[in-house]
Write a protein of this length. Structure first.
Length: 73
């Protein structure tokens, strides 16, 4: 997972990610558009990735992606 967009793609899009973590598809689409997943959703996201056997979605990876966004011009 090199970019946040890769996480959405790994789940099959914003709607499927929303289903996996228990939020509305509109909210997931908003997160995708903002290129940011709030920290409060990280535990559900990591658990959903584990359940669906999606590799590379870890707390460490989410922190790194978050830090990249903060330092990007």
């Amino acid at each position: 997972m090199a970019k946040l967009e890769d996480i959405f793609a790994a789940f099959g899009g914003a709607t499927r990610l929303a289903e996996a973590i228990g939020i509305s598809p509109v909210h997931a689409q908003t997160m995708k558009g903002r290129r940011s997943i709030p920290v409060t959703y990280w535990p559900a996201l990591v658990k959903a990735a584990e359940r669906q056997k999606i590799p590379g979605i870890t707390f460490d990876r989410l922190v790194r992606l978050h830090a990249q966004k903060k330092t990007a011009p």
